[in-house]
Write a protein that binds this ligand. Structure first.
Ligand code: ADP
Ligand code: 5GP
Length: 205
């Protein structure tokens, strides 16, 4: 039996409303061996969001306690659109050691921190246009006018960071964007001598 490979760290960033969650859910349903890293956040849950599934929803004090642990409880953390978000070191390590590839859905500040400590595969997802981004964000119906405008304003700054990522996917047609992300993951698995499904490759003659 070949030794188990430690899983990949896949960092995905995108402006809010671009379609990242939709793409990630589709890819996770069609490729085995992936786990989603559930972040901690001080943001209020949206209708339908479940604590422990979409996020660990915590208050500011709890967030600060985890952040200030020595060594830090967070692999990375940042203030995004006025709320705190962070990735648990323990959770990511546990999944990677078990051989799973871990998807981090984090913003550009968080991606920069992970790049400086680990060796992630980084993927930026961009909208086809500002107009379409606004249409999707409004269509989702989760933001009030103030937070919507803040998210659109931040999108411009986030897009400027896209060139720092290994891969760029433009989410115009959803099916194509899903296929691109699947292809990137399968290719990165092959680089580590793993099968498309993520297991260690057994070969020889
Ligand atoms: P994010 O996670 O990036 O904030 P979501 O996945 O919540 O974005 O998507 C925002 C909205 O855009 C959702 O209503 C989703 O159904 C829609 N959407 C996602 N991808 C596409 C696409 N390629 N074409 C049209 N609508 C899309
Ligand atoms: P939302 O509030 O729409 O769920 O997420 C807002 C932004 O926060 C998105 O860009 C998302 O990628 C980012 N985000 C979610 N979790 C984390 C995290 O743990 N760390 C960082 N740095 N950003 C995060």
């Amino acid at each position: 039996m070949a030794a188990m490979n430690k899983g990949l760290l896949l960092v995905l960033s995108a402006p809010s409303g671009c379609g990242k969650t939709t793409i990630v859910n589709r890819v996770m349903n069609s490729l085995p061996g992936l786990v989603f890293s559930i972040s901690h956040t001080t943001r209020q849950p949206r209708l339908g969001e479940i604590d422990g599934k979409d996020y660990h929803f915590v208050d500011k004090d709890t967030f600060s306690q985890i952040r200030d642990r020595q060594p830090s409880g967070f692999l990375e953390w940042a203030n995004v659109h006025g709320n705190m978000y962070g990735t648990s070191v323990e959770e990511v390590d546990r999944h990677q050691q078990a051989g799973y590839d871990v998807i981090l859905d984090i913003d550009v500040q968080g991606a920069e921190q992970v790049r400086s400590q680990a060796n992630p595969v980084t993927i930026f997802i961009a909208p086809p246009s500002r107009h379409e981004l606004e249409r999707r964000l409004r269509g989702r119906g989760t933001e009030n006018e103030d937070t919507l405008l803040m998210r659109l304003d931040n999108a411009r700054k986030e897009l400027e960071c896209a060139t720092a990522y290994d891969f760029l996917i433009i989410n115009d047609r959803l099916d194509e964007a899903v296929e691109s992300l699947r292809s990137i993951i399968i290719a990165e698995r092959s680089r580590q001598r793993r099968t498309p499904a993520g297991q260690s490759m057994q070969w020889g003659f």
